[in-house]
Design a protein around this ligand. Structure first.
Ligand code: PEP
Ligand code: MG
Length: 848
């Protein structure tokens, strides 16, 4: 065949260019596929000739301006068949399907029949006719229903069906065929559905499409012909393993559907590529290894064998789970292919939470019965229970259970400890259930308001009205926010060596500290396991809900005189001391920041009749008395009421007891371990004088303990900045504090005037209608709340140059919020223990 193609013809048009090592091709102008093909060409791999059309060209085609198609055809051998494939900037944004065998017509059919046999030639032509008819001429696929898809008879029937339906003979001119295919693919990209689909995957509104026109290597014909794909790693685990598919006498991606395994295990459906074409198989593996090395990524290689000769058609990034992505990045860095920093950059921090928890298997069947806010990641299956006491009973029987509540309160903490997962009707990302769930690493879906919570009937209704009763099996998927009937298949958490390695690389880069919010020894152990650099917030109120503590706690609340109160507090003191001693021991000298008592006292009192009766019995008082006292402590707006440091001012004995417990524990833990310097934090401060008053008392307690024990210790005292006023007056407050920690949950609540427990009811409307770009309890509002924080940082440092600054609201585990904190000059963030790895990785990426 005379070689009449003219490689120079497109030379000066960068928008329609032959892919050569030096052609002006880039991902943002021609798409990822075109760029990748150029890289393969540069590696001198046997890539068929390919012409790349830029985004601009394709956009013009969609508007009716066709480039010089004859010039494109001239780039290829006369009579060669072509395929056109999409090349979007990011492969995840999709694109129209490829069209193969362009150029096939009656004359080519005769030639190909001579060369490769009539059956193979019929198959090539048939495939093109059907593809063209359905995608380009937009004929109904039914037209071909009764036609055999192989053989010459099938081909003539298909051509006739085309002619009848399209009212013209099948186009024979390759230039027209190519032009029509280009036009169809360009228009498909501009269609509304395609646009919405890719925007949902994060593509910008004006994302462009490039196209590549490639000479076909025929996978059909004489000798060993076929096509397939190969990759060097397992997509699920990321572990090295040569996997792929190959199918003799096939084209395109047919091998993925029907092909044999390439290798090793003999496939009952036929011989493997290794047996059929051992030499080509060796070459293919060598090409794949070279590609990994030089493209610095794990690629899936698409190839064709034509009469035993290997052609590399394409390379795409291997599809991967989060677990595989992490292992691939680590392995590439360990092999010296990429740097450690690059490995750290390649792993998506949010994807880590998939590794830290059990998850529903990606291919499991999902019978979704409801949806809510995905409040704490991971999935768990268990039997429905409707109260915390039932949850504890189920745990005692060793049965996993799902705690279903309208919302949770501190009284439910024990039930939550016992449950495998929690589902609530109300609440948002900072509601009680969400915060405790994340702290415990417990899957949690909150605000599933479209389900029916008929708690008095002990019935849960699915969104479509199905009834679920106590004991029925449910699965809560806190990663997606779904509630499912039954027990779908799960995959286990994967804290393997690759995870540890990547995290150590991340820590080497990071320039902002990461601590954990931890209230219990179990939380502290998790925090250490995830290499938190200390505890940034220990919410002490969570220590008072144990069965043996709640009664002295209630006695303390009910005490009529300071004397009675002292007696009740004296019973709590040894318990608190033991709590703190254990925390200090677990943390082995790392900083531990203990927040003094914060919530309003009424949260510790019973509300139902049975609870009131029990309390009356325990306190030896008439029920009517107890009821009256409980009612008198009710507050209209408890979040702005008698809580935080206000309790410390109004009932100072509580803080005195806690301070004493902390100091005694400090001495106890320091005796046989690393020296402890506790940090004591005052919640909900709004005025300097509050800090002065409490500080004077705490200093006095410290002096008393030093005196009694005859030993010295250090401690630091700090303030939670949770009210707008504390931000504004940070300079004077800072003069009395060693550190300030922004409690961004309360600060968000107070800045917006938005109750964190009730906002869930309307938050989705606000986000959907674009009033808020995101739930501000989830992602820090950098404009409003952020401005207050910046003011607080600046004034706090002005008042006390050496002050340490941190945040300890739920935002501490959110990558975007961490970026804000780093820019604002915050020293460390503190988040739920299970979010510590996410925060470590996100912080490292910001520093690289
Ligand atoms: C906060 O308000 O941000 C905070 C950490 O405290 P809590 O969530 O316990 O109110
Ligand atoms: Mg708070």
């Amino acid at each position: 065949m005379p070689d009449t193609h003219r490689p120079d013809m497109l030379a000066d048009d960068p928008h329609v260019t032959l892919i050569t090592p030096s052609a002006p091709i880039s991902t943002p102008t021609h798409g990822g596929r075109a760029k990748c093909l150029q890289r393969l060409v540069r590696l001198d791999l046997p890539v068929p000739r390919t012409v790349a059309l830029s985004f601009q060209t394709v956009h013009r085609i969609a508007k009716g301006q066709m480039p010089d198609v004859a010039a494109i055809l001239h780039q290829f051998r006369p009579g060669a068949l072509l395929c056109v494939r999409p090349s979007s900037e990011d492969p995840d944004w999709g694109g129209p399907g490829s069209v193969l065998n362009i150029g096939m017509n009656d004359a080519a059919f005769v030639e190909f029949s001579d060369r490769i046999g009539a059956d193979a030639a019929s198959a090539l032509y048939m495939r093109f006719v059907m593809g063209y008819a359905i995608h380009v001429a937009r004929l109904d696929p039914d037209v071909f229903d009764d036609i055999a898809t192989t053989g010459q008879q099938g081909l003539s029937d298909a051509l006739r069906a085309y002619e009848e339906e399209a009212e013209e003979p099948f186009p024979q001119d390759p230039a027209r065929q190519l032009a029509e295919v280009l036009r169809t693919m360009a228009r498909a990209w501009e269609g509304t559905t395609a646009r919405l689909l890719r925007q949902a995957k994060g593509a910008p509104v004006d994302a462009g499409l490039g196209l590549v026109v490639q000479e076909m290597a025929l996978g059909l014909g004489q000798g060993e012909c076929g096509s397939g794909v190969l990759q060097l790693v397992d997509s699920e685990t990321g572990l090295p393993q040569i996997t792929g598919r190959y199918l003799s006498q096939s084209q395109g991606r047919e091998a993925l559907k029907h092909g044999q395994s390439l290798y090793l295990e003999r496939d009952p459906r036929g011989p493997s590529m290794e047996e059929l074409a051992p030499e080509a198989f060796e070459q293919l593996k060598a090409h794949a290894r070279l590609t990994r090395q030089r493209l610095r990524a794990e690629m899936q290689i698409e190839f064709t064998l034509e009469n035993g000769r290997l052609h590399i058609l394409d390379g795409v990034r291997v599809k991967r789970t989060s677990r595989a992505a992490l292992r691939i990045a680590v392995q590439l860095a360990e092999d010296g292919v990429i740097s450690r920093q690059e490995a750290v950059m390649r792993v998506e921090p949010r994807g880590l939470s998939e590794l830290l928890h059990r998850q529903i298997a990606p291919d499991a069947q999902r019978d979704v019965i409801g949806r809510g806010v995905a409040a704490s990641p991971g999935a768990a299956t268990g039997r429905i229970v409707f109260s915390s006491s039932e949850a504890q009973a189920a745990a005692a029987r060793g049965e996993p259970c799902i705690l279903v509540r309208r919302e949770t309160s501190p009284e439910d903490v024990r039930g939550m400890h016992a449950a495998a997962a929690v589902l609530t009707e109300r609440g948002g990302v900072t509601s009680h259930a969400a915060v405790i769930g994340r702290g415990l690493g417990l899957p949690c879906v909150v605000g599933a308001a479209r389900m029916g919570f008929r708690l008095s009937d002990r019935v849960l209704l699915s969104e479509d009205g199905r009834r679920f009763r106590e004991g029925d099996i449910l699965t809560v998927d806190g990663t997606s926010g779904q509630v499912l009937a039954g027990a779908p298949q799960m995959v286990e958490a994967a804290l393997d060596d690759a995870f540890q390695t990547l995290m150590s690389w991340a820590d080497a880069e990071r320039d902002i500290g990461i601590r954990a919010n931890a209230d219990t020894p179990a939380d502290a152990a998790t925090a250490r396991n995830f290499a938190a650099q200390g505890i940034g917030l220990c919410r002490t109120e969570h220590m008072f809900f144990e069965a043996e503590r709640i009664t002295p706690m209630r006695e303390m609340i009910f005490a009529d005189s300071p004397e009675d109160r002292k007696t009740a507090l004296a019973r709590l003191l040894p318990m608190q001391r033991a709590d703190f001693t254990e925390l200090f021991r677990i943390m082995e000298g790392m900083p531990v920041c203990i927040r003094l008592f914060d919530p309003p006292l009424h949260e510790f009192l019973p509300t139902d009749r049975a609870g009131l009766r029990d309390l009356a019995e325990a306190l030896d008082l008439p029920v009517s008395d107890v009821t009256r006292r409980v009612e008198s402590m009710g507050e209209y707006n408890p979040m702005l009421g008698m809580r935080g440091v206000r309790l410390g001012i109004a009932i100072p004995e509580i803080y005195d007891m806690q301070a004493r417990a902390i100091f005694e524990a400090t001495l106890d833990a320091s005796k046989d371990g690393a020296p402890v310097v506790p940090e004591i934090m005052l919640p909900l401060v709004s005025a300097m004088r509050e800090v002065e008053l409490v500080r004077t008392r705490i200093d006095a307690v410290a002096a008393a303990v030093r005196n009694e024990r005859g030993r010295e210790f250090e401690y630091s005292l700090g303030v939670m900045v949770e009210t707008p006023r504390a931000c504004l007056r940070a300079d004077e407050i800072a003069q009395h504090a060693h550190f300030m920690s922004f409690g961004t949950n309360d600060l968000t609540q107070m800045t917006y005037g938005l109750s964190r427990d009730d906002a869930g009811r309307f938050m989705s409307h606000y986000v959907q209608q674009g009033v808020f770009p995101e739930d501000p309890f989830h992602r820090l509002d950098a404009d409003g709340v952020g401005e207050l924080i910046r003011i607080g940082v600046e004034r706090g440092r002005r008042g006390n140059g050496g002050i340490m600054l941190s945040i300890c609201g739920e935002h501490g585990g959110d990558p975007e919020s961490i970026a804000f904190c780093r820019e604002a000059g915050i020293d460390y963030v503190s988040c739920s223990p299970f979010r510590v790895p996410v925060a470590r990785l996100a912080a490292a990426q910001l520093a690289i």
